[in-house]
Design a binder for this molecule. Sequence first.
Ligand code: PLP
Length: 385
Amino acid sequence: MRTIYLDNNSTTRVAPEVFAAMEPYWREQFGNPSSLHRAGQAARHAVETAREQVAALIGARPRDIVFTSGGTEADNLAILGTLAAAPTKRHIVTTAVEHVAVHGLCERLVREGYRVTFLEVDPFGRLDPARLERALDDDTAIASIMYANNETGVILPVETCAEICAARGVPLHVDAVQAAGKLPIDAPGLGTALMTLSAHKIHGPKGAGALYVGRRARLRSVHVGGHQERDIRPGTENVPAIVGFGAAARLAAERLAGGTWQGVAALRDRLERGVTGQVPFARVIGDREHRTPNTTNIGFESLEAEAILIALSEQGVCASSGSACSSGSLEPSHVLKAMGIEERIAHGAVRLSLSCETTEEEIDEAVGVIVSVVKRLASLSAVTG
Ligand code: PLP
């Protein structure tokens, strides 16, 4: 049975050209970039080339890119590093719909005595920037607002948020993990202090990410060690993964320039139409105007997402949900809760996320599978009450 992979917001397939670029750095090119000899310098050169490629994806200067072990570490470094550099400030502003790398960290910071404002969103997942304006005060050390949501694809108004933060002298961190490569981004033009990127969402390897550290950022490292990555992120660089990240960033920039995503958005819309047209109890969650081109989140009323995902997987369709299985009961994600989605819809919410590799044939087949699975589950739950 073939697999129809519609879970690209979780991770993407490593592109063949990315794999090819990485391969020598697992074999003969094994030098440490900090070594002065030729083996080390070859690795240094590869890391610096990757830095240029990643910087180019977001219009940044190569020196503003700090490589990390992924998006999670970059998010943590952005917030904890800024707090460490501004020890007298005790207030953080973020949204209620951030990825757990930001949301969970902010919840921990509350327990440690920080004041955190979690900005509310509307039922479409939209943020009113006026909420940010009202939340900032003289004690605010940082604001952290994602570019696009991982569960719904909804795009937040980061440009206006950056202007508001700049006017108040508050550094802004933007988690752009789900936006980079899908939307044109100009980090310096945006005026954000910090921006998080992750390689494995753009057909690069897992375990590689970056933090853009712009002119407005004041950051202290949170780890102690060598002088790598401008003393901001010590530790010997993961050279093969960084090389792969660079190759993936280059590929993403080419695809972005080539207009590939318009085709992906058309397929996503075809998927949505196909499902909602045949399933009366299906509802698209989130703002359909402003979202990433590859994502849809569909709530199937009165069904359990876990049952849907297992049944889809048995038929070769890979999708996911934002729900976490805790103590046997499925808790709707904090994102859908924050949007105020009714429980009977949030429990049955399934995220389908496409890539540039998704084909029309796959979408049509997936529609058939999804429709038959949810109709079967609905008839079962009607029988069992
Ligand atoms: N931020 C967002 C919005 C994400 O979607 C993810 C991953 O799903 C992360 C951060 C974490 O990135 P990583 O998996 O590279 O740690």
